[in-house]
Design a protein around this ligand. Structure first.
Ligand SMILES: [Zn+2]
Length: 95
């Protein structure tokens, strides 16, 4: 995770470069990971609405390739193929 103060990459709750407290960021990323895991579980059971709900929750915390991808999967499950294709394009455009 990237320190919002100095932009250093970190694995710990204290920035290795500027010593900023990153504990809130750690909590946010954990929460986001849980939302993505819930999206995956909902998708595995074919529940598009719940997949969308969890993918959107993760996406609101931080948008990246995974959140766009799960948004695409949710729209696919909901048979909204145009939106699924659009989200998949966005997923492919970001890392
Ligand atoms: Zn820092």
């Amino acid at each position: 995770m990237r320190c919002p103060v100095c932009k250093a990459e970190n694995d710990d709750a204290v920035c290795r470069r500027c010593k900023a407290d990153l504990s809130l960021l750690v909590t946010l990323e954990e929460t986001r990971r849980n939302f993505l895991a819930e999206a995956a579980r909902a998708a595995a059971s074919g529940d598009g609405a719940r997949t969308l709900e969890h993918a959107e929750a993760a996406h609101r915390l931080r948008a990246d390739h995974d959140s766009w991808r799960w948004l695409a999967v949710s729209r696919f499950l909901l048979r909204d193929f145009a939106q699924a294709a659009s989200y998949w394009q966005r997923a492919r455009a970001v890392k």
